[in-house]
Write a protein that binds this ligand. Structure first.
Ligand code: F6P
Length: 319
C-alpha cells in the first residue's frame, strides 16, 4: 500500500511535525510513504518522491513545511485534476493525506467526486475556521506569536499616552482576534462576527481617557476591513493618538508549540489508521469537544464554523 502526504493552501506551524510523524508511522506500519511537493501544483506536475527517514529528520521543531505548499488555479480545471489522478496511479498511491484549510478541502471534495481517491484531510490553518473541528493545526503557535507581539506592544503603549491598534489575520473568521483580545486584556476587539463598536464601549473609554486612562489596546480582525475606520474612531472619538501594527505573515511562522506538535501526531495517527482499514475514504480528521473523530468531507465543506458562544460572551464583557 502506498500512502502520500501533501500540504495545500497557506502553510501552518505543525505541518512539519505532521510530515515527520507520517513518514515514521507509515514505515512502522510496514507500508510505503510518499511526499508530494508544492501542494496541488506539485501533484499536477508529478513532484512526488518516495520518503526516507532522512528526508524528515531534524524538522520537528521547524515552522512552515519542508514539502512546501501552493494555492493552485490549475486544479480548478478538470484536465489538470485528471493529470493529478494519473500521477497518483503511476506511483500506486491509493491513500492520501492532505494538510490544508477549507479551500483545499473543497478542492479535494471535487477531486474525490470525479476520481477514485481515498483521502483524509487534516485541518491545518491558523484561521481556525473549519466547520466540524474545534482545532486546526497551527492555531496555538499563531496565537503565541500574537500574544508575544501584544505583550511587547503593551509595554510601549503603557509608556506613552497612546492607543495601539493591532490587525491580526484570520480571513473571515474572528477566532485569532477574539482569543488574542481575551488573553491580552485588549479594550477593543472588532471581528467579522461582531463588526461594530457599541455606543456604551465608546462612551466608557472616552470617559476613562478624560479621567486619566493613558492607553488603549484595540485588536481588529483583517476580515472586517475596518482597520482605518477603527483607527479614525480611536483618534477622533476616544481622543488618543493612535499607532497601527499589522502583524501580517509573522503570524504564520515560528516553531510549532508543544500543543501543535502533539496535535499533529494525533491527527496523523488517526488519518493513517483510518486509511489502512478503509478503501473508500473522503474524510476530514476533526477534534471536537476533546475527542478525535472523522467527518465526511461534504459535511465539513458545507458547514460554516461558528465561534464558541462563550468567547462572544467574553467579547461583550469588554463593553
Ligand atoms: O489562511 C491563512 C492566511 O494566513 C489568512 O489568515 C490570510 O488572510 C491569508 O492566509 C493570507 O494569504 P497569502 O499568504 O496567500 O497572502
Amino acid at each position: 500500500m502506498a500512502f502520500a502526504i501533501m500540504c495545500s493552501g497557506g502553510d501552518a506551524p505543525g505541518m512539519n511535525p505532521a510530515i515527520k510523524k507520517f513518514v515514521d508511522y507509515v514505515y512502522k506500519k510496514g507500508e510505503i510513504p510518499y511526499l508530494i511537493y508544492d501542494g496541488l501544483e506539485g501533484l499536477i506536475d508529478k513532484k512526488i518522491k518516495r520518503a526516507t527517514h532522512s528526508d524528515v529528520s531534524g524538522i520537528l521543531h521547524d515552522g512552515g513545511t519542508i514539502i512546501r505548499s501552493s494555492r493552485s488555479k490549475r486544479f480548478f480545471e478538470h484536465s489538470y485534476r485528471m493529470q493529478a489522478y494519473y500521477n497518483l496511479k503511476e506511483f500506486d498511491i491509493t491513500k492520501l493525506i492532505v494538510l490544508g484549510g477549507d479551500g483545499s478541502f473543497r478542492a479535494m471534495e471535487r477531486f474525490s467526486s470525479e476520481f477514485d481517491i481515498n483521502f483524509v484531510g487534516i485541518p491545518s490553518t491558523i484561521d481556525n475556521d473549519i466547520y466540524g473541528t474545534d482545532y486546526c493545526l497551527g492555531v496555538d503557535t499563531a496565537l503565541n506569536v500574537i500574544r508575544d507581539a501584544l505583550d511587547k506592544i503593551r509595554d510601549t503603549a503603557s509608556s506613552f499616552n497612546r492607543a495601539f491598534l493591532v490587525e491580526v489575520m484570520g480571513r473571515d473568521c474572528g477566532y485569532l482576534a477574539i482569543v488574542s483580545a481575551m488573553i491580552s486584556g485588549a479594550e477593543v476587539c472588532v471581528i467579522p462576527e461582531a463588526p461594530s463598536i457599541s455606543d456604551s464601549l465608546a462612551k466608557r473609554l472616552k470617559k476613562e481617557v478624560e479621567e486619566g486612562r493613558n492607553y488603549v489596546l484595540a485588536i481588529v480582525a483583517e476580515g472586517t476591513k475596518k482597520t482605518t475606520e477603527v483607527y479614525n474612531w480611536i483618534q477622533e472619538e476616544i481622543g488618543l493618538e493612535t499607532r497601527v501594527s499589522i502583524l501580517g505573515h509573522i503570524q504564520r511562522g515560528g516553531n510549532p508549540t508543544v500543543y501543535d506538535r502533539l496535535m499533529a501526531f494525533d491527527f496523523v495517527v488517526l488519518a493513517v489508521d483510518y486509511l489502512m482499514e478503509h478503501a473508500n475514504s473522503n474524510k476530514v480528521a476533526v477534534y471536537k469537544k476533546g475527542e478525535f473523530a472523522l467527518m465526511e468531507i461534504e459535511d465539513v465543506v458545507s458547514g460554516k464554523y461558528q465561534l464558541p458562544k462563550r468567547y462572544l460572551d467574553a467579547l461583550n464583557l469588554l463593553d
